[in-house]
Design a binder for this molecule. Sequence first.
Ligand code: BES
Ligand code: MN
Ligand code: MN
Length: 462
Amino acid sequence: MKATQNFIQENKERFLSELVDLLKLPSVSADPKFSKDVHKTAESIAEHLNKIGMDTVEICQTAGYPIVYGEKIIDSTLPTVLVYGHYDVQPADPIDLWTSPAFEPVIKTTAIHPEGAIFARGACDDKGQMFMHVKAVEAMLQAKDLPCNVKFMIEGEEEVGSANLGIFVKNNVEKLKADIILVSDTGMLSNNDPSITTGLRGLSYVEVEVTGPNRDLHSGLYGGCVANPINTLAKMIASLHDENNKITIPGFYDKVVELSEEERAEMAKAPFSLEKYCEALDLNEVMGEAGYSTMERGSIRPTLDVNGIWGGYTGEGAKTVIASKAYAKISMRLVPDQDPEEITHLFLNHFQAIAPASVNVTVKPHHGGEAAVTPIDSIGYKAAAIAYETTFGKKPIPVRSGGSIPIVAMFEKILGLKTILMGFGLDSDAIHSPNEHFGLFNFYKGIETIPYFYKNFTELSK
Ligand code: BES
Ligand code: MN
Ligand code: MN
């Protein structure tokens, strides 16, 4: 891997400028306004895969945005690594809060990234991290160090629920045959505390609509006489947590896998400062489910959060009105073995049941997905752990994340493959927020670490 590492050092500047170009494309999958740019981004990824020397690069059309596929099979008797990533990004809103435009990447230093970080939507989630894999494979190919086969599957609908990826995977089981899936779309504890993500939470996402009177009403003439849907919705939402911050939906916790005291003690060893956590978020104190630490609340426990709430008059000045309708978007993060469909169902039944007769309630399910865990005694995990030890000079800590990548559980079901989550982002990188960024240290460290995974995985597979 010496030649590979030399190639990386010699080409750092070019790697970064290529990433800058990729980040200029506003590939926002949620907003049809950017449809052309999303397609352009797929073409750009395909071009990159061709340029680094992948064989049979394809832009696979779906009912939504395309999936970019590429493979390099050097010897069918050797193991195959299947790399998954996404080229779509979250909307840049609220754009006023960006210190530089979201799709005009610039390098700036921060307290956490004194060596510089690249600021742009998608810098960390996931163009920057996905691109590390393209560059790592380029380096191995150029250095004639690639020790096994590699396949790329880069999608453009991750941020909107990957609705078409499952169909693609089901229809291409043979094409996607591999021994392990490798993903960089998560984070690590800090640049001094390398960690490998060993779990992701599942997700159930719903939208609720509460209807009171059949039209908006004068709040003086009707106020106090009819149910105000906004007041009612607020009360209903408030009742979804009890005084211990437990979720009150009957059956919600029935299938939750509880960790043993040993596992919890092991988790508690990961470096974490509540003081620094509060300071970074300008908080006086944290809040969450009684009986669990902040680390646990954010990873091994299920949650319910309102992600958006609206209704009535929100324009300039005051308007005295009782709205006919109120709405909310609610996400529930799930843990093993909660079934997203079952949880959606429990939510729906409960939300209908607690609605007073004075309003009508409808619940619309959005996307969902199951939680996933990676066993740390697998050769995939070991290959990654040794790779981190080589480049960081430190053993990585296994950490379960609170985020969701629903397709990870789906890959396991359809392809029978485990996923190794080698994430190099930091929580402070502001993914999905204004001023998203990705440390140059992290970008390069990722490119340097990935080749060792290939080497270790190939050797351990023998
Ligand atoms: N890359 C993130 C998920 C993530 C980030 C996991 C950091 C762990 C650490 C992914 O792009 C994402 O945003 N997922 C969504 C779910 C999806 C169905 C929209 C999420 O977690 O909200
Ligand atoms: Mn992502
Ligand atoms: Mn994301």
